[in-house]
Design a protein around this ligand. Structure first.
Ligand code: NI
Ligand code: MN
Length: 229
């Protein structure tokens, strides 16, 4: 079963697995590099790492239009309900659940999580996805932390890691993250959306390949995809 991972810019990804469309952190309106419009996106499931506007993005509108199941932490899932989105499932950090499309587990992230209207968004999270035989880690917005080593013990096929600096790990710490996580492949994210998080992903890719033997580093353009076979 192949899994297709498409980058929508920033921390937004569409993951297609076994006919299910899993949308992560769909920040599209107001995202200068988004390759698709929020009104055009299809989804069966929406995963939200934390409450910040550049991650919740268009999720309320997309969930209302598509009826997609929204999975996030308890506070954010409740907030979606308060916005009229009834199809939600709350998880919390360290907890996972088997859904019809695969397993989702929330992992720690070092960051904030206030929601766009000022509501409390609980603790920010990363996502561990088990899709068939494939294991994918979306780090969310986070600084470097040593327990990434424990996440890496899951034998990751793919890690999606922020490299933008300022709000999250920068290039240097993202290299350390790769050493702890030891994924087979990595895709950098959360950079070049704005000048504040400007980075050279190709320079980072060269350094990451040199740092971890055999590591596959994929630099996507917004709208392009990588396939896990
Ligand atoms: Ni954030
Ligand atoms: Mn962010």
């Amino acid at each position: 079963m192949a899994v297709r991972v498409t980058w929508y810019g920033h921390a937004a990804f569409l993951i297609e697995s076994d006919g299910k469309r899993i949308l992560i952190d769909p920040f599209l309106s107001g995202n200068p590099v988004a390759p698709v419009k929020a009104e055009e996106v299809q989804a069966d499931v929406i995963l939200i790492t934390h409450g910040h506007a550049d991650h919740v993005g268009d999720a309320v509108d997309i969930a209302r239009r598509t009826g997609a199941l929204v999975i996030s932490n308890y506070e954010i899932a409740s907030w979606f309900q308060s916005k009229g989105v009834q199809n939600v499932h709350p998880l919390h950090i360290g907890g996972g659940r088997d859904f019809d499309f695969g397993r989702v587990k929330l992992t720690p992230a070092l960051h904030g999580s206030v929601l766009p209207d000022g509501a409390y968004g609980g603790n920010p999270a990363g996502l561990l996805l088990y899709l068939g035989k494939h294991r994918i880690y979306h780090a969310g917005d986070t600084g470097l932390f040593g327990d990434m080593k424990l996440i890496g013990a899951e034998k990751l096929d793919l890690a999606l890691l922020p490299i933008g600096d300022n709000f999250t790990m920068g290039p240097e710490d993202a290299l350390q993250a790769v050493r702890l996580l030891k994924p087979k492949a990595v895709i950098p994210m959360h950079y070049n959306t704005w000048d504040l998080i400007r980075q050279d992903p190709h320079a980072w890719a060269r350094r990451a390949r040199a740092a971890v033997k055999g590591l596959k580093v994929i630099v996507l353009e917004p709208g392009s995809s990588f396939e896990l076979k």
